[in-house]
Design a protein around this ligand. Structure first.
Ligand code: AMP
Length: 208
């Protein structure tokens, strides 16, 4: 099963994707995570992407599409992929459709994790992530509740960058909601609830 998770930054897409792959054998493909790893490892892609990410702008489509194409050809993508943070533009959405058609594994669902924009700024600026296991928590977590690793704040989770990321979302990514509605793949879930409640709806929507 191939699933796109749509929703504003901070909607909880990453948290839900992580829960899903804990219980099912899908690949969690987060373009943000892949890019952060590329930046950390100072690969040619990472060097090109860093300035866009620091500003909260989108990394150019061709770089993202190539990165995703390569990743979904690997063996661990065969059981299905949860796309988290991708596609973010119409060009990316069309490229994903044609790539999945070529692989003979079309998209099954586009899940919109719908959240109130007012709460997102607070959520993102207080977000902290575990350096060891990637757990997503908040500034209330002195250390990771899962593995005791160190919690850090992402470079782009400061208020100015968060505001730009939300503008970019409205401009470039929110139109994909209609794109997937038109393809009858869209399911909307209320993301303004506790993680486990959102997850219960997600599992139900996917028929798992
Ligand atoms: P995320 O972890 O999904 O919030 O992504 C962090 C940053 O990585 C974004 O603000 C963008 O700069 C970049 N990024 C991640 N995914 C994409 C994408 N699909 N298209 C363009 N840029 C992306």
């Amino acid at each position: 099963m191939n699933i796109v998770l749509l929703g504003a930054p901070g909607a909880g897409k990453g948290t839900q994707a992580k829960k899903l792959v804990e219980n099912h054998s899908y690949l969690h493909l987060s373009t943000g995570d892949l890019l952060r790893a590329a930046v950390r490892n100072q690969t040619p892609l990472g060097l090109k992407a860093k300035a866009f990410m620091d500003a909260g702008d989108l990394v150019p489509d061709d770089l993202i599409i190539n990165m995703v194409k390569e990743r979904i050809q690997e063996d661990d993508a065969k059981n299905g992929v949860i796309f988290d943070g991708f596609p973010r533009t119409a060009t990316q959405a069309v490229a994903l459709d044609s790539e999945l058609a070529e692989l003979g594994q079309p998209l099954d669902f586009a899940i919109l994790v719908d959240v109130n924009k007012e709460v997102i700024i607070g959520r993102l600026t207080s977000r902290r992530t575990c350096r060891e296991c990637g757990y997503i928590g908040s500034d209330a977590d002195a250390s990771c509740p899962k593995c005791s690793g160190e919690m850090y704040q992402r470079d782009d989770d400061n208020e100015a960058t968060v505001r730009n990321r939300l503008d970019v979302y409205e401009r470039s990514t929110a139109p994909l909601i209609d794109y997937y509605r038109g393809k009858e793949l869209l399911v909307t879930i209320d993301g303004d609830r506790p993680v486990d409640d959102v997850y219960a709806d997600l599992v139900k929507a996917l028929g798992l």
